[in-house]
Design a protein around this ligand. Structure first.
Ligand code: ARG
Length: 590
C-alpha cells in the first residue's frame, strides 16, 4: 500500500502541474501544527521564487483545486503561503480498512532485498557477559527483525570471542590452582575426561582473579601468553580445556540470551576464522598490499582526505602472532566464502569506531570483500547510572548482565504484587515479560549512538514512555476484546471501520496510518527508537480515545459496534507487530 503522505503528495503534485508549475513543489509532510491541520505542503513558498509570484497566490490556486477532491475535508491557504491539509473522515476510514486487510498492514517492503549478516552480541568465552554485550544483543536483535520484516534475508551471528588472551589467562590460573590435572601432563596421550574440571561459577570467578593476578605478576603474564600461543597452535591439553570452557560458557550464554529473547542463526566463533588466516596473509603479501614495519606485517589505510591520524592495519605482530584485526579480516573472508552477503553490519560499543574504520578500509583496499558488499558499523553509546557514570555494581565492579535483568524483573514483580491481582507464580511469569519490555524499551527508545541513563524506577513505570505502558495498552485492548466476546456478539465479515465520530477517534486513526512511514524510516535509518516513539504516541492516542469512548455498548447499532471493535483490533495488531520488531512480547494480563 502506498504511504498516506505519498498519496496526498500525488494529489498535490498533480494540482501544481495542472497550474503549470513544476510537480516537485507538491511535496507533502506531516503537519507541524497538528492543532490546525493533519498535513501540510510548503511548496508554494519555493515555487514563488521560481515563478516570481506571491506565494499566497500560488497556495490559493492549489487549495482551490484540492477542495474539489473528496479525499479532503479542509484545505486552506495560509499566509505567507502554506497549504494546510485535513483528510476527509471517509478517506481516513477507507485507508484503515485497506491496512486492516493487507499483509503486514500494507507496509511496502524493500524493492531489492539483500542478504545481510549482522554481527552482534559478541560475548567472550570464560568472561562474564556485561552490559555492553546487552546493548549489542538488544539493538542487534531489533535491527535483525526490522531488516527481516522489510523482506531481506538476515543472518545473525553471535561471533563468540574464544581466541583471545583471556583463554590463556584462565588456563594459566587453573594450572596454578590444580597443577596435577591431566591436561598439564605433556606426556599424557590418552583421552581427556568428558566433564570439565570446573563449574560455570568457578569459571566466572577464575577470569577476574587471573586478570588481577597477572597485573602484579609479570611472570604469570608471560606464562599466560605462552599458553595462549600454544593453545592457538594446537597444544592437546590446552585445546581440551579450551573446548571445556566453550561448552560450559555456551550453555550458559544460550540460557541468558533466551531470557533476553535474543537468538542467533549462527554461533560462529573467532577461532572458526583461523584456518583462513594463512592464505589471507599470503594473498596480502603476494599482491603487494602488506608491508613490513618494525618486523610487523601491516597494510596502510591512510587516505588523503583524513583529518585525523589513521594508523596502519596490523595483520601480524613482529613475533608472528595474530590479533583481533587479523581475526576480523579473516572472518570477512570466511563470510564472503560461505554466504557472499550484500552487507555485513557490526554492532558494538562506539569506542570500536576507529577500529572498524581501519578494518573496513583494509578489507576494501585489499579486495578481501566484494566491491558491492557494504560494510557498516553501528556504534552504541554507554549505559550510565543515575550519577551519569558507566553503570557499575555497588562495589564498583562490572555489572553482570543477569543481575541487571533480575533487578528489573524484581522491581516489576514488586509492583505487580502491590496491586495483588494475581498469585505469586503468575506474577513471576508476567514480571519476566514486563521486565524484559522495560529493559529493552528503556534501551531502544534512545538513539543508538547516544549514552543513556539506566533508571529502574522510570523504566518499570506503568505510565509514561516505557515498555510496561505499551504492554499495558495491549493488555487493556485484549481484555476489551474478551469482554466483547463474552457478550456473545461477533463482527460480521463484511463490516468495516467507519468514519471517526470524535476528535480522539480521528487522532487515533491518523496515528495508525503512520505505521508504514515509521517502519520504513526505522529501517532506512537503522533506528528502532522511531518505532518506540510511534507506539508511545499510538498508545497515548488510544488511551485518550478509550477514556472518552465506550467501546462496548448496547446503544450502538451493529455497524458502529463492529467499527469500534475492528479499530481497536487494528491498534492491537500494530502494537504487537511493533513490539515483536523491538524484540519483546506481551503477557495476557498484568
Ligand atoms: N568480543 C568483542 C568484545 O567483547 C566484540 C566482538 C564484536 N564483533 C567483531 N566482529 N569484532 O568486545
Amino acid at each position: 500500500m502506498k504511504k498516506i503522505v505519498d498519496l496526498i503528495s500525488e494529489d498535490v503534485k498533480q494540482a501544481f502541474a495542472s497550474k503549470g508549475y513544476e510537480e516537485k513543489y507538491g511535496f507533502v509532510t506531516l503537519s507541524n501544527r497538528p492543532d490546525l491541520c493533519q498535513f501540510q505542503c510548503n511548496g508554494a513558498l519555493q515555487a514563488a521564487k521560481a515563478y516570481k509570484k506571491a506565494p499566497i497566490i500560488i497556495a490559493q490556486e492549489i487549495a482551490d483545486i484540492l477542495k474539489e477532491n473528496a479525499r479532503y475535508k479542509e484545505i486552506t491557504a495560509i499566509a505567507p503561503g502554506f497549504i494546510n491539509i485535513t483528510l476527509s473522515d471517509e478517506f481516513l476510514a477507507g485507508y484503515l480498512n485497506g491496512m486492516r486487510k493487507e499483509k503486514d498492514f500494507g507496509c511496502e517492503k524493500e524493492p531489492n532485498p539483500m542478504k545481510i549478516i549482522i554481527d552482534y552480541g559478541g560475548p567472550n568465552i570464560a568472561k562474564p557477559l556485561h552490559v555492553g554485550h546487552m546493548r549489542s544483543a538488544v539493538i542487534g536483535e531489533s535491527l535483525k527483525r526490522i531488516f527481516r520484516f522489510m523482506g531481506n534475508e538476515v543472518i545473525g551471528d553471535v561471533h563468540l570471542g574464544d581466541w583471545g588472551t583471556q583463554m590463556g589467562l584462565v588456563i594459566a590460573e587453573l594450572k596454578r590452582r590444580k597443577p596435577d590435572l591431566v591436561y598439564f601432563d605433556d606426556n599424557y596421550t590418552g583421552e581427556y575426561p568428558e566433564e570439565a574440571p570446573f563449574t560455570l561459577s568457578e569459571l566466572e570467578e577464575i577470569y577476574p582473579a587471573a586478570s588481577a593476578y597477572s597485573k602484579e605478576n609479570p611472570e604469570f603474564r608471560e606464562e599466560a601468553k605462552k599458553i595462549t600461543y600454544l593453545m592457538q597452535n594446537g597444544h592437546r591439553g590446552y585445546m581440551a580445556l579450551w573446548k571445556h570452557m566453550q561448552d560450559v560458557s555456551v550453555t550458559d550464554l544460550k540460557r541468558i540470551y533466551e531470557r533476553l529473547n535474543v537468538s542467533f542463526e549462527l554461533w560462529k566463533k573467532e577461532s572458526d576464522a583461523q584456518p583462513y588466516i594463512p592464505d589471507m596473509v599470503k594473498y596480502l603479501k603476494e599482491n603487494g598490499y602488506a608491508r613490513i614495519s618494525d618486523g610487523a606485517l601491516v597494510v596502510d589505510v591512510k587516505e588523503e582526505t583524513d583529518t585525523k591520524e589513521i594508523p596502519p592495519c596490523m595483520i601480524l605482530k613482529s613475533d608472528g602472532a595474530t590479533l583481533y584485526n587479523t581475526t576480523d579480516l579473516a572472518t570477512i573472508v570466511e563470510r564472503m566464502e560461505l554466504f557472499n552477503p550484500d552487507q555485513i553490519i557490526y554492532i558494538t560499543d562506539k569506542r570500536q569506531d576507529l577500529y572498524f574504520e581501519t578494518i573496513f578500509r583494509c578489507a576494501r583496499k585489499t579486495k578481501l570483500v566484494n566491491e558491492n558488499t557494504k560494510l557498516k558499523f553501528i556504534g552504541f553509546g554507554t549505559m550510565n547510572g543515575k550519577d551519569g557514570k558507566p553503570f557499575k555494581t555497588r562495589d564498583g565492579g562490572v555489572l553482570r548482565l543477569e543481575y541487571l535483568i533480575d533487578m528489573v524483573t524484581d522491581e516489576v514483580y514488586r509492583k505487580i504484587m502491590e496491586n495483588r491481582t494475581m498469585d505469586e507464580e503468575e506474577a513471576r511469569k508476567v514480571a519476566e515479560k514486563v521486565g524484559l519490555a522495560a529493559l529493552k524499551y528503556g534501551d531502544l527508545s534512545n538513539q543508538i549512538s547516544k549514552d543513556y541513563i539506566f533508571d529502574v524506577d522510570r523504566f518499570t513505570s506503568f505510565e509514561g514512555n516505557t515498555g510496561p505502558y505499551i504492554l499495558y495498552t495491549i493488555v487493556r485492548i485484549k481484555s476489551i476484546l474478551e469482554k466483547f466476546k463474552e457478550t456473545g456478539k461477533t463482527v460480521n465479515p463484511g463490516l468495516e471501520i467507519l468514519e471517526a465520530q470524535s476528535d480522539t477517534e480521528r487522532d487515533l486513526m491518523l496515528q495508525i496510518t503512520k505505521f508504514s512511514d515509521t517502519i520504513q524510516g526505522a529501517y532506512e535509518e537503522m533506528a528502532p527508537h522511531r518505532i518506540c516513539q510511534y507506539i508511545y504516541e499510538l498508545s497515548d492516542k488510544f488511551s485518550s480515545f478509550y477514556h472518552e469512548t465506550k467501546i462496548i455498548s448496547d446503544e450502538y447499532d451493529e455497524k458502529r459496534q463492529a467499527s469500534l471493535i475492528l479499530l481497536i483490533t487494528l491498534v492491537q495488531g500494530i502494537l504487537l507487530t511493533c513490539i515483536d520488531l523491538l524484540g519483546f512480547t506481551a503477557p495476557d494480563r498484568m
